[in-house]
Design a protein around this ligand. Structure first.
Ligand code: ASP
Length: 374
């Protein structure tokens, strides 16, 4: 999901939707996306092989595709390509949703989740709540290739990485720290973080240097982030691989693990079919086994685009009876072995985008939104 998507903002929009409106598609200011036939005809990526995509559509996502493509173009494996692509995004200090510079949990600690899956060997690896390592996708690959396990978590994951020569580092950047400090000072009126009350309420304009400084972090919006990246590829030999890597939900409870490191939830690869990955509220994705569901839909003949949309519908359907006002903020991406790709999300903030590199070149693809501004 786009790294600038505000969690609070998104959910507030969702909460404002009328009961039953989701099911009926009759939302004020929103229209159900075009009929199935129309939207599928309009949004259906197909580009041939090899193919690599990422849910990151920004410049870092494009650079990730360039570097992954360099591997694929030389006959390299999908596995190497997705790891390289993920690493490019993980080490970007300006990306607050993945790896280095990712936003921390409520204690101010950056805890990363990542998984990797290799269709060729039907093997998978993952790390969860790992701290201090910039490239968790590569640690996940070591779990996959150098152990008989699939997932290693927490402090043990950091020690595992260090045993292979990874360096433990502070993953906070000046930017992510400032965003965190602002959140900590502002998210509640009921704690003691922030400037003292008598400075906080000083009349505007009359503040001296000390007062201004005390209030500095109070300026600006509190940012709540979803954000993750999926990198999926099919190589020239027809082998499929994928990575999902994230700093998870910003301000999450210490130790919380999302969908990204869970095979079948945040990522799934089947060498006979293709691959799928998820971003968004991991709790929805874990319960729905969404990536597995998408790959199974493709196995049953659905295109990647259709299968991503099926997963959105499936999750909406599960919540319909419980809370029809709830808008699950997931984004799904998928590819198949024929070189087709797709992505879908609930919408409310335009169309979901992803970066694609194929024999046709480097591009940005827009998928479908279940609801669009109408
Ligand atoms: N899915 C991730 C998680 O729940 C977050 C995200 O994609 O924004 O940890």
């Amino acid at each position: 999901m786009s790294r600038d998507l505000s969690r609070r903002g998104f959910l507030q929009v969702g909460a404002g939707l009328g009961a039953g409106a989701l099911a009926a598609g009759a939302l004020p200011g929103l229209a159900r996306a075009a009929t199935e036939g129309r939207r599928l005809a309009a949004r259906h990526g197909a580009a041939g092989l090899p193919l690599v995509i990422t849910s990151h559509s920004n410049e870092t996502g494009q650079e990730a595709m360039r570097q992954a493509w360099a591997i694929l173009a030389e006959g390299g494996s999908a596995l190497d390509a997705v790891e390289r692509g993920a690493n490019v995004i993980e080490v970007d200090p300006d990306d607050t949703s993945v790896g280095y510079g990712g936003l921390p949990n409520e204690r101010g600690v950056v805890q990363l989740d990542a998984s990797i899956m290799d269709g060729r060997t039907y093997n998978a690896g993952a790390v969860a709540a790992i701290e201090g390592i910039k490239t968790p996708a590569s640690v996940a690959r070591l779990v996959m290739e150098r152990t008989d396990h699939v997932m290693i978590v927490g402090r043990a994951a950091t020690e595992f990485a260090k045993s292979f020569g990874f360096v433990e580092e502070d993953l906070m950047t000046p930017r992510s720290r400032e965003i965190f400090l602002r959140w900590r000072e502002r998210h509640s009126e009921d704690d003691d973080w922030g400037p003292p009350d008598h400075l906080r309420s000083a009349p505007a304009g009359g503040a001296d240097e000390a007062i201004e400084q005390a209030g500095r972090l109070l300026e600006g919006e509190i940012e709540h982030h979803y954000g993750t990246t999926n990198v999926l590829a099919v190589d020239g030999d027809g082998n499929v691989a994928g990575v999902t890597t994230t700093s998870g939900l910003s301000w999450k409870i210490d130790g919380r693990v999302g969908d990204s490191p869970i095979i079948g939830a945040g990522l799934y690869v089947d060498n006979a079919v293709g691959a799928a990955g998820a971003t968004g509220r991991g709790e929805d994705v874990i319960k729905s086994c969404a990536s597995y569901y998408i790959v199974m839909r493709m196995r049953d003949g659905r295109s990647p685009q259709e299968a991503c949309e099926d997963a959105i519908e499936m999750i909406v359907d599960r919540y319909r009876n419980v809370n029809p006002d709830f808008v699950p903020p997931e984004k799904f991406v998928a590819i198949n072995k024929d070189g087709e790709y797709g992505c879908a999300w609930m919408g409310l903030r335009g169309l979901p985008k992803m970066s694609v590199r194929s024999p046709e070149g480097l591009s940005r693809f827009e998928g479908t939104a279940r609801y669009q501004p109408g």
